[in-house]
Every structure is written in C-alpha cells, then in structure tokens.
Design a protein. Structure first.
Length: 300
C-alpha cells in the first residue's frame, strides 16, 4: 500500500492532547501511589493516599475530550465494541479499542482505591463499605491498577508511533517511553500540589517523591534529545514558530529545566512554599505543552 493510500488520523490538539495529558497524569499519579502502597510500610501512606485522591477525579475528565473528538457522542461505544455483519465483537487489532478497555480497567481500580481511602479517612462509613469493602486487599487492585496505569501512560505515545505520519513514525518507539516518563512526572507534580494543599508536604515519603521526580525530569531531557536525533529532518517544524515557544520555551524550559533549577536551589536554600508551588505548576504546564507540540508537529 502506498503512503497516499494510508489513512492517517486528524486529531484536534484541544481534544486529543488534553486527553493524552489528563490520562497520563492520572495514570502516573496512580502508578506512584501504587508503588508506595505495595513497597512502603503501612505507616507511610501520605503519597499513596494523595495519589488515589488525584487519580480518580482526573480520570473522570478523560471521556469529555474523547467524546468531543468523535463529533458524534453516540458512537462512543464503538471504542469498546465493533459491529460487523450485525454481530458485536472486540477488535483487539485496534490500538484505540485496546486502550479503551485498559482505560476501563484502570478506571475501576482507581475507583476502588478512591473509595478505600474515603473509608479509611472516615469520610464515608456506609455498612456496605465498612463491613465488606475493606476485606478486598487494596494491594491487589493497586497492582492491577498500576499495570494498567503503566500501559495508559505510555500507550498514548505508542498510538502516535504506529501512525503513518513521518515525524511520529521516525521517533518509534521513543514517543511511548517519553509519554510514560512525562506522565509519571506530571503525576508526581499533581500529588505534590495535593500535599501542599493539605499541608502535608514534608517527611521521608515526600522526600522520596522529590528525588524520584528529579530522576524523571532528567530522563525526560535525555529521551527528548534522543527522540530528536531519531526524528532527523522530520523534526524541522520544532525549530519554527509556534513550536519554538510551545516546545522549547514551554515544554523543555518551563516544564523541565525551570523545575529542575527550583529543586536544585531548594536543596541549597529554603525558599518557602511559593517556589515549590510554582515549579509543580510549571511541570504540569510543560507536560501539556509537550503533548500539544508533538501532536501538532506530526500533523503539519
């Protein structure tokens, strides 16, 4: 089949890039919380609790851009079930369909963890939950949810790599790895913002989260560098307007370099709460701009 005959997607950034960002942040936050749940002591639950309170509400936003991008909301169920010859079936060869089912599994796990923490924090105390719900081991759905979240965070990048667009195809398979690391970084930032809001942003557990986030941002920079080398001439758009602003100043400088500088300085001198708040907001803004830039650069 010639390239002219290949059907490639036309995705609106204000729907799909937002979906990539929100789903990746939710998945990254839950993955971090699940790792704390699985491998930390029972007394250290600030990060895992915050992750559950972040992941599920964010995931509730995911269907909005997905349905809006379809143009016909009534066809949303086609993401899960295909209809051919009058018989419904699962199309496991469709990345969108597989991703939708994994997203559904992930949503179930985030809901269970969310409710579990509401019970533990005595926000809800219905007999159904207090007598029966907590008998289900939280580590079990933390494990399943973390695997599903790991898939979701990277799957959005893989979805781009498997298309016929030259820039996206040339960067295979690093787009998935970059989105995975970026999702974990924005997830960590969302958790940190929640902890700041609850005034619980201190302690050994939070220090581990900070160290992990530093490693993630350094990894992001390395992945971006290798990705651009792989892309070659197909990445030329990234050095033109508006990508000079969105990608280099927004995603790289604002979203990665500035937060790394804030973290480095905060280890040398006490800044108070404002710079910490600022660099978490920068990470989130940079994560969104990264996805917008790479989505748009592949379609122009």
């Amino acid at each position: 089949m010639s390239p002219d005959n290949v059907q490639v997607p036309e995705w609106a950034w204000y729907y799909i890039a937002v979906y990539f960002f929100v789903a990746g942040t939710s998945a990254g936050a839950y993955f971090i919380g699940a790792m704390e749940e699985l491998f930390s002591s029972a007394k250290e639950r600030e990060v895992s609790r915050a992750a559950c309170y972040v992941a599920f509400p964010l995931l509730l936003l995911v269907p909005i851009p997905l349905i809006a991008d379809l143009g016909r909301p009534g066809r949303f169920w086609h993401l899960f079930i295909y209809n051919q010859g009058g018989y419904p079936y699962l199309n496991l060869q469709s990345p969108m369909s597989v991703g939708s089912w994994v997203l559904l599994v992930f949503g179930g796990c985030t809901l269970l963890s969310f409710l579990d923490n509401l019970v533990a924090d005595r926000v809800i105390s219905f007999p159904l939950f207090s007598r029966y719900y907590n008998r289900i081991p939280r580590k079990l759905y933390a494990l399943v949810g973390s695997l599903a979240g790991f898939f979701i965070a990277g799957y959005t990048g893989v979805l781009l790599n498997v298309t016929a667009r030259p820039f996206w195809a040339a960067t295979s398979p690093l787009m998935g790895a970059l989105f995975l690391v970026s999702g974990a970084s924005t997830g960590a930032a969302a958790i940190s913002l929640y902890l700041i809001w609850r005034q619980r942003n201190a302690g050994e557990e939070v220090a581990r989260l900070e160290s992990f986030d530093r490693a993630l941002m350094i990894s992001e920079l390395l992945l971006i560098a290798v990705l651009l080398v792989l892309a070659g001439h197909t990445a030329q758009l990234l050095v033109t307007l508006p990508f000079l602003v969105m990608f280099w100043l927004g995603a790289v400088a604002l979203g990665i370099a500035a937060p790394l500088w804030f973290k480095y300085r905060s280890r040398r001198q006490h800044f108070g709460g404002a710079p910490h708040l600022a660099h978490y907001l920068c990470i989130l803004a940079g994560g969104l701009l990264l996805r917008i830039s790479l989505l748009q650069a592949g379609q122009l």
